[in-house]
Design a protein around this ligand. Structure first.
Ligand code: HEM
Length: 148
């Protein structure tokens, strides 16, 4: 009985510590992943409410936070760049930056549509951003990073 009690107490102390042990084991999130995570939070919300004209002011704030995340992302370098042969690396990074800039540029017409209360158009533009996300991830994200 005393053994069980000791075991129980040991588990009671150790179990709450397990998640943090696992987190310490996980590979560290890159700065680009953190920034993309912010983009993701705003984009998911935007997708849900883009047709709701009563939320256009809030939607514009979401687009603004996506712009801030894209500005930051443009300054960062995808982890996959390190896996590229030295000779290809510069072109890879330049291609990423170009695509990121195109993504940013695509936020302007979305803002205009939301300001004009043209929600049907805004929905189409949001779908276009989703396609750009897919393309960007296919070309520049490490294949083992499955999130999103
Ligand atoms: C709506 C637009 C976008 C959303 C919501 C989004 C979201 C995300 C998410 C959730 C991750 C994974 C973060 C994690 O693993 O914790 C990620 C990673 C990544 N995304 Fe995006 N993304 C978007 C657009 C783009 C575009 C346009 C590009 C490229 C031009 C891009 C390039 C990358 C790269 C390279 C990573 C891997 C991070 C690293 O290498 O460190 N993303 N993104």
């Amino acid at each position: 009985m005393k053994k069980f009690l000791t075991l129980f107490l040991a588990l009671a102390v150790l179990l709450p510590a397990l998640p943090s042990l696992r987190a310490a084991d996980d590979k560290k999130e890159t700065e680009l992943e953190t920034t993309m995570g912010k983009m993701n939070g705003a984009f998911r919300k935007l997708r849900r409410q883009v047709l709701d004209a009563s939320k256009n002011a809030e939607s514009l704030e979401l687009v603004a936070s996506m712009r801030a995340a894209s500005v930051k992302s443009t300054e960062l370098i995808p982890a996959l760049a390190a896996d590229k042969p030295e000779a290809e690396r510069a072109a890879f990074v330049a291609g990423y930056k170009k695509q990121m800039q195109e993504f940013m540029a695509a936020l302007a017409p979305l803002e205009a549509a939301l300001k004009a209360n043209n929600n049907a158009e805004a929905e189409k533009l949001v779908a276009g951003l989703g396609a750009m996300q897919k393309k960007g991830h296919k070309e520049y994200k490490k294949p083992d990073e499955k999130k999103s």
